[in-house]
Design a protein around this ligand. Structure first.
Ligand code: FES
Length: 110
């Protein structure tokens, strides 16, 4: 049996932007970054590979510039569409990704 968990509505994420979502689980839950590009949504764990900090500068507010998501702690930058490290103290380590799907205008964990 598969359980689908709705994270948010697609239109809750600004196109070209990102929001933070907390996911509850039996092991304590985890924090996600949802990045939207048109009808496509990418999900990354909200934990920087540099020093393990959240990437937002205020709850749910992210620095995005020229196709890059920038960690507010020390400036590591990651490609929006893949989470791969672009520059800064991430030194080649990318964001952990999670697969999500968009169905009927909702962003869901499969
Ligand atoms: S924790 Fe993100 S750049 Fe240091």
């Amino acid at each position: 049996m598969s359980v689908r968990k709705t994270l948010c509505r697609l239109d809750a994420i600004p196109d070209g932007g990102a929001i933070a979502v907390d996911v509850e689980s039996s092991t304590g839950g985890f924090a996600l970054i949802l990045v939207r590009q048109g009808e496509q949504v990418m999900a990354y764990h909200n934990e920087c590979p540099h020093a393990g900090r959240r990437l937002d500068w205020a709850p749910g507010k992210f620095l995005i510039d020229s196709g890059l998501l920038i960690c507010a702690a020390h400036g590591a930058s990651f490609f929006l569409e893949s989470g791969r490290c672009y520059a800064g103290p991430c030194r080649g380590a990318g964001l952990a990704t999670l697969r999500v799907e968009v169905i009927d205008g909702e962003v869901r964990l499969p």
